[in-house]
Design a protein around this ligand. Structure first.
Ligand code: GLA
Length: 417
């Protein structure tokens, strides 16, 4: 565990990661489309990145999570084509030029790179029986990239609502249809982009409501909208992008998921959500796991998942009772569990969380898959600047890359901009 001390770089500048206004995002994407394709797009669609209040690594275990949409969005200007050709340009990948694919040839393992998240959605819509043609599209985004704030789900979801509308699929208009679009996006990410993630990020991008966090029950896909107006309590959710590299298409995320699935099988349950007696389950794992399994590791992973689901329920109760400040301690407990039992934190995340708490935050934790990316801290409104400045100074002291900061307020889901 890192031990924050009084920073010796108190004057370190704080970098705020501003969200574009929807008009600004749409104008940028439209102008970039004109430049790339010398034509008019059919429209601009956008989808948000997300923060997750609580419930990490629960979504592929049939568990609960409580994400919210960020004001930071990915904007997509798109024009459908008559053929199967897909041509893509990203303002975030200027050196990549025009990324092209033939939709008819897309299949698991056939494409790579950022464009796979885009064509993956078209492929998954076709797999689900919808008629979708090729398209030209340009992407521009103010969602911090690779920061554990779901820039990939924002991209998929913007593509999903765009294709839904230009092909008149009729899915974007209600929650049942949006749940189907979210499934399509998950399939794109799992099968075409090659990241075996759960469904939290896509649900956050497609199924949230402005002003609310989304209680997602991944056992049955049901949702509840939880009012999340921290400002009314003189509080704020500070997001700290540690700038530590975060990559989901690597072995660690898949390994965590595999360990959970192996444990559930050994315990005779469909998912770890069904574990009701944690102590009994931890004891039984010793006998139940196949020979060669790392029993202690498995026990820690199961303990994280089961206690994390309980923490989501606790936060739900605290918010319902207006005991918002008490959510802070639950976030901090979640961080300890992610760090020690699930082992998905890293030096930068621990430093961000420990420093934010030492500087007066009510609590904090890493968000998303881990191994880098972002942390959140529950902070009194009046202390946001000071907490951010202290974290920035601590990173300078540690000779780490300067972090970026934003204040998360629950924004609107994917749609036409
Ligand atoms: C990533 C994945 C999500 C979820 C989180 C951890 O963001 O995309 O599905 O598993 O990690 O909670």
């Amino acid at each position: 565990m890192s031990t924050p001390s009084t920073p010796t770089h108190p004057g370190t500048p704080v970098e705020w990661l501003e969200a574009w206004t929807p008009a600004e995002g749409a104008a940028r994407a439209t102008a970039a489309f004109h430049a790339a394709f010398a034509a008019e797009p059919a429209g601009v669609w956008s989808a948000p990145g997300r923060a997750n209040v609580i419930g990490e690594h629960t979504d592929y275990n049939g568990g609960l999570c409580l994400p919210m949409a960020l004001p930071h969005r990915t904007y997509l200007a798109l024009r459908p084509r008559e053929d199967d050709v897909v041509r893509l340009v990203s303002a975030q990948e200027p050196q990549a030029g025009v990324w092209t694919a033939d939709l008819a040839q897309v299949a698991p393992g056939s494409v790579s790179g950022w464009g796979s998240y885009v064509v993956g959605v078209a492929w998954a819509l076709r797999q689900a029986g919808f008629t979708v043609a090729g398209f030209d599209a340009v992407v521009d985004s103010c969602v911090p990239y690779g920061a554990g704030l779901s820039s990939s789900a924002a991209l998929e979801s913007a593509v999903a609502v765009a294709l839904d509308e230009v092909h008149g699929l009729g899915l974007g208009g209600d929650d049942a249809g949006r749940a189907r679009l979210a499934e399509v996006c998950v399939r794109a990410e799992n099968d075409i982009a090659g990241a075996n993630t759960g469904g939290m990020d896509q649900a956050a991008a497609l199924r949230t409501r402005e002003g609310f966090a989304l209680m997602l029950d991944t056992r049955d896909g049901s949702t509840r909208h939880i009012p999340f107006d921290l400002a009314a309590h003189d509080l704020a959710l500070l997001v700290i992008d540690t700038r530590a590299e975060h990559q989901l298409v690597d072995g660690q995320y898949a390994a965590r998921r595999a360990t959970c699935e192996e444990a559930a099988t050994a315990l005779g349950v469909s998912t770890l959500r069904e574990v009701t007696d944690l102590d009994g389950a931890l004891e039984r794992l010793g006998q139940a796991l196949p020979p060669g399994a790392e029993v202690e590791v498995s026990r820690r992973r199961v303990r994280h998942v089961v206690t994390e689901i309980a923490r989501v329920e606790l936060v739900d109760d605290l918010l319902a009772a207006d005991q918002v400040e008490e959510v802070g301690a639950v976030l901090t407990a979640a961080h300890a569990s992610l760090r020690d039992d699930y082992e998905v934190s890293c030096r930068e995340l621990d430093l961000a969380v420990d420093t934010a708490i030492a500087a007066g935050s009510l609590g904090g934790r890493m968000v998303g898959g881990g191994f880098g990316g972002s942390a959140i801290a529950l902070v009194r409104d009046s202390e946001v600047e000071q907490v951010a400045a202290t974290v920035a100074a601590a990173f300078a002291d540690a000779a780490l890359e300067a972090p970026g900061f934003l204040v998360a307020t629950p924004a609107s889901p994917a749609g036409r901009s």
